[in-house]
Design a protein around this ligand. Structure first.
Ligand code: MSP
Length: 502
């Protein structure tokens, strides 16, 4: 069976990683974990994007060679994924021979087929975004200068006048539109698809794919005065990684990217693949952006939030949870320590943490700490409805609707809390101990399922819940039968999963 191939963008290494970076890759990891729990083979790719002027400048500011600089920052990203419990199957660097070889071959093949030709570029270039702009697209700045039209950038642009290679993007408009038409799932979420379609319908220009002024890059095959434009280089990482591991991985099932790089992934990249005669990815999904305390994160404001600072205070799982609970995937949202704390206390300490604690404490007290083999006669809980929440969450994750998945799960957790209060086994125990025991057994059964369902978002907490209720390893239950307690394990009392934050 072909592994489900998921990619994240490869990260620019000109700055330290922040929560926005963590977002894309954790999202991909949540999807990967969900599919793995269902027993499906998955291949998750991430990596670092190491060529281009931006990196050249960052390296020289750090008084290092670009390669030394790249080695250091790339390693930081790898460590970050480990610290955030992200489990990539492959990590590609654009300075690796396997990547460089693919780029060289692709460039040469496209010169050969006429999809790339030599011309003269005259226009504007944004070093920060590594993006070319025509004069018409730019904004006017002070003193007649031109500014980057990306609303999140607006930095001064460089005027570029040079010989350049061009990719014949203009010839792919019709083919792209018919692909969008025949594959309605390709552009996602659907709210972003019309923007891409309109952009293509307005008419595509050929794009410059080489630079003569950038030395830190791959030489154009046969013409070393030019280096390959960093985006043309970077996009090919998805193909290079697959070809070097297992050719049957191709095509990717989903590229998860941020909205600001959607055009590269939804227009330029599929056109490049068409030129190369390769199959297109199944889906290109654009997520929204995080601001911090209402502001865009930027060097000038110095307000980058280090994910490790957040996990140091709240734990990795709480951070992973917050990212997807707080804003729907695909929309923009705001990060603040106050909202993080609010969610932590309400959803994790109260709703989930207390429920687990109450279940384990009562099991210790009324069941002698043993999780019963069989479910009580019942049902005491609407089991079908409860199980439907797990199925709905898993289906939502497959649609990359992570917020909806957590909404479903927390509705089920809220329902369990309400049900428990209504059944009040601590009171019933005084008059009808078997009935109280049955309610507690049912609760443990439900906690086992909850422990499974939260695993993609909160792998550590999932394991701790299962440990506490004496089910050390559990598969993803899809039916009540699969969620049956496997053995009479021992339930443990223990520390709260999420101690309240003052
Ligand atoms: N190197 C390119 C991608 C090349 S892929 C062939 C790049 N790198 S990046 O480091 O700038 O961005 C990596 C990811 O981080 C993108 O998906 C981007 O959307 C995401 N984020 C960076 N800042 C972000 C926020 N403030 N909020 C949410 N995600 C953001 O682009």
């Amino acid at each position: 069976m072909k592994p489900f191939y998921i990619t994240t963008p490869i990260y620019y290494i000109n700055a330290a990683p922040h929560i926005g970076h963590a977002y894309t890759t954790i999202a991909a990891d949540v999807l990967a974990r969900t599919l793995r729990l269902q027993g499906r083979p998955v291949h998750l790719l991430t990596g670092t994007d190491e060529h281009g002027l931006k990196i050249e400048k960052a390296a020289s500011a750090a008084k290092l060679s670009p390669r030394e600089y790249a080695d250091g920052v790339s390693a930081k990203f790898r460590e970050l994924w480990k610290a955030l419990d992200v489990l990539p199957d492959d990590f590609i660097r654009t300075t690796e021979p396997r990547h460089e070889e693919t780029v060289r071959r692709a460039f040469a093949a496209m010169i050969e087929s006429g999809d790339i030709y030599k011309g003269r570029y005259s226009g504007f270039y944004c070093v920060s975004d590594e993006t070319f702009w025509t004069e018409k697209e730019t904004l006017s700045g002070p003193g007649g200068g031109k500014l980057c039209p990306n609303p999140d950038c607006k930095r001064p642009l460089e005027r570029v006048e040079e010989e350049s290679y061009f990719f014949r993007l203009s010839t792919y408009g019709g083919k792209l539109l018919s692909h969008y038409e025949s594959h309605p799932e390709f552009l996602a979420p659907s709210s972003r698809s019309s923007e891409m379609k309109n952009f293509v319908k307005a008419g595509l220009q050929d794009i410059s794919v080489s630079r003569t002024k950038v030395r830190w890059g791959l030489p154009v095959p046969g013409d070393e005065a030019h280096t390959v434009y960093v985006w043309f280089d970077a996009l090919l990482n998805y193909l290079a990684a697959a070809e070097s591991k297992d050719a049957s991985l191709w095509p990717p099932d989903v590229h998860v990217v941020g909205k600001e790089i959607y055009r590269f992934h939804a227009v330029v990249w599929p056109a490049m693949l068409m030129a190369l005669g390769r199959e297109l990815p199944g889906k290109v999904f654009a997520h929204g952006w995080w601001t911090v305390e209402g502001e865009k994160m930027s060097k000038s404001k110095g307000n980058f939030v280090d994910p490790l600072a957040v996990t140091g205070e709240f734990g990795v799982d709480a951070f992973r949870f917050f990212l997807f609970r707080e804003m729907p995937f695909g929309q923009d949202g705001d990060f603040s320590l106050a909202s993080m704390k609010r969610r932590y206390n309400a959803d994790l300490a109260n709703d989930l943490g207390n429920l687990v604690n109450r279940g384990c404490d009562m099991a210790a007290r009324y069941l002698g700490g043993a999780i019963p083999e069989a479910l009580p006669d019942g049902p005491l809980l609407d089991r079908a409805k409860f199980m439907a929440a797990g199925a709905a969450a898993s289906a939502a994750i497959e649609r990359l609707e992570f917020g909806a998945a957590l909404h479903d799960l927390w509705t089920a957790i809220g329902g369990l809390n309400g049900w428990l209060n209504e059944k009040a086994p601590w009171t019933v125990a005084k008059t009808d101990p078997p009935k109280a025991a049955a309610v507690i057994s049912e609760l443990l059964w439900a906690l086992r399922a909850i422990g499974c369902w939260i695993a993609p978002f909160m792998p550590g907490t999932s394991a701790r819940i299962h440990e506490r209720i004496g089910v050390p390893k559990a598969p993803w239950p899809r039916t009540p039968d699969e969620a049956r307690p496997v053995s009479a394990g021992a339930v443990k009392k223990g520390e709260p999963l999420f101690p309240r934050k003052a």
